[in-house]
Design a protein around this ligand. Structure first.
Ligand code: SF4
Length: 361
């Protein structure tokens, strides 16, 4: 690693004095500029654990409402452990990636059943629980219990690669993060690194002039130059620095397009729903409107009501919703469910979207 960055300033923090300055600058910025999010300002492991699971692969804005509702329904680990899985999935409905909800529930039962409801206090102990990986364990242990263990998510990885001006392999990112972490305030430090990546060191347009750690950043000058260039050139620059996990640029998985039809039949305060197979690859065991994959003949009893766009992981769906489609065999599958029953069911995000659009829930 070179000794100076391109502006002749210090490179990534390496000695004690430089490290202390880096931490001070980052933490000071975090205190002044962090977003006011409901899981901040608490050290309650249950709340921190829940927020970390919800935030996996999901935007903060999408999590906010669900987090509040979930906590109202399951305010502590004992309530969550005692709940039926269907009730947990119903509260998760709309967040997607339902395996997370199942693992959360399974993990709550382990904490209550095997640990008497007491949360583990170290990252190593958290990792012994089902569904808890290195990142989640470190996030909870550092934020809730003050253990000096670093976290590396996509945002932190990007920040580290830019600070060290290097395409660090994953293991080295963890090593660098462990070197940088503040032992006095590990939870705040980890959150500050993530916040920096989420709000300042952005994938395609890093805001270097307002960055609190620009003095220690090995690519700051490059990044500033990228900002001054037309967008097309900046994209090429982002590609060169290997920013592939963020956005849909080079390296993003190709998206698939699919077209489906489904039936929205409502009779006497009930709606016909189908339960997905327990072993379905996604959204197993959840309820949805009857659907099929071939275009129906347009005739009486097959009235197109509305068309929706809906995305799940790498697939973009065009969804044609038929009302009064009872003449079609596929639409007659499933069970009539009362509206108050539906409120308690784990329904898919698409079905929730359609029922809401129809003013049914
Ligand atoms: S915002 Fe700019 S200066 Fe700050 S870490 Fe990212 S690339 Fe470096």
């Amino acid at each position: 690693m070179s000794g100076l960055n391109k502006d002749g300033g210090l490179t990534a923090p390496a000695d004690g004095k430089s490290l202390a300055g880096f931490r001070r600058a980052l933490l000071g910025w975090y205190e002044a500029h962090r977003r006011d999010l409901p899981w901040r300002g608490t050290r309650d492991p249950y709340r921190i654990w829940l927020s970390e699971i919800m935030l996996q692969q999901t935007r903060v804005a999408a999590v906010l409402g669900h987090y509040r509702v979930f906590l109202e329904r399951f305010p502590d680990v004992a309530t969550l452990a005692a709940a039926r899985e269907d009730a947990v999935l119903a509260a998760w409905s709309g967040l997607g990636y339902y395996r997370r909800a199942r693992m959360l529930h399974h993990c709550a039962r382990e904490i209550v059943g095997r640990h008497g409801g007491a949360f583990p206090e170290s990252a190593d102990a958290w990792r012994e629980l089902p569904g808890i990986g290195r990142y989640t364990a470190a996030a909870i242990a550092s934020i809730a219990f003050g253990e000096p263990v670093a976290v590396v998510d996509g945002n932190v990885e990007r920040v580290l690669k830019r600070i060290y001006a290097s395409g660090l392999p994953p293991q080295q990112c963890w090593t660098r993060a462990e070197e940088l972490i503040s032992h006095k305030r590990p939870g705040d430090f980890n959150q500050a690194m993530m916040e920096l990546g989420a709000t300042v060191c952005l994938p395609a347009g890093p805001r270097c002039p307002v960055c609190p750690v620009q003095k220690w950043c090995g690519t700051r000058a490059d990044a500033v130059r990228e900002l001054a260039r037309p967008a097309k050139v900046a994209t090429a620059g982002a590609r060169r620095t290997g920013e592939r996990r963020n956005g849909r640029g080079a390296g993003a998985p190709a998206r698939r397009q699919r077209e489906i039809w489904c039936a929205l039949d409502e009779r006497h305060g009930r709606v016909r729903l189908v339960k997905r197979a327990r072993d379905a690859s996604i959204m197993a065991g959840m309820w949805e409107l009857p659907e099929w994959t071939t275009a129906p003949h347009t005739a009486n009893g097959n009235a197109l009501w509305r068309t929706f766009r809906h995305s799940i992981t790498v697939t973009d769906y065009t969804v044609h919703v038929m009302r009064d489609a009872g003449g079609r065999a596929a639409a007659r599958r499933g069970r009539w469910m009362a509206l108050d029953e539906i409120q308690q069911l784990p329904i898919t995000g698409l079905t929730r979207k359609i029922l809401k659009a129809g003013g049914i829930i």
